[in-house]
Ligand binder design. Structure first.
Ligand SMILES: [Zn+2]
Ligand SMILES: [Zn+2]
Length: 148
């Protein structure tokens, strides 16, 4: 076991947040939405390790979960909710507040994808997403067919 440099709790594995250059355990990582796969795998490995069954979790399965964590897993310890995915099946960016979403869109590092995107609260998953204005408009049209 290792000691998490952030919360000082014991953890089987630590997750490095490349953007922040810091290491966290799956329990205290501030933005689990940004790396759900890593959070999921770290948590599952620790649960299996404590149960003495870590060897039942194959490397192939770990890699698969890392890329595509099971649907419904929201990370951050015990919080479970259905998260929105893109059409290709990957998770959309999720933010807890409008300010966080807007700060992300304003960061030049994220400009190739998110520049000019609009932060909006999602009624489906309860988080904030960033969307192209055109997408928002078409979603809005589809779900509000009576409004012209
Ligand atoms: Zn921690
Ligand atoms: Zn959503």
């Amino acid at each position: 076991m290792k000691t998490c440099p952030n919360c000082q709790r014991r953890a089987l594995s630590l997750i490095t947040d490349l953007a922040a250059g810091k290491r966290y355990c799956y329990r205290c990582i501030p933005n689990p939405m940004n790396c759900l796969g890593a959070v999921f795998v770290a948590r599952k490995m620790e649960e299996l390790h404590l149960a003495g069954k870590l060897e039942t979790y194959s490397v192939e399965q770990r890699l698969k979960d890392l890329k595509d964590p099971p649907r419904g897993f929201a990370g951050g310890g015990d919080k479970l909710s259905e998260l929105c995915r893109r059409r290709d099946g990957s998770f959309r960016a999720h933010f807890h507040t409008r300010a966080k979403a807007e700060a992300f869109a304003a960061d030049p590092q994220n400009h190739p994808v998110y520049l000019g995107d609009i932060a909006h609260h999602c009624a489906k998953c309860g988080f904030w997403h960033l969307s192209r204005f055109e997408w928002l408009f078409s979603e809005w049209n589809e779900s509000n067919a009576l409004i012209s």
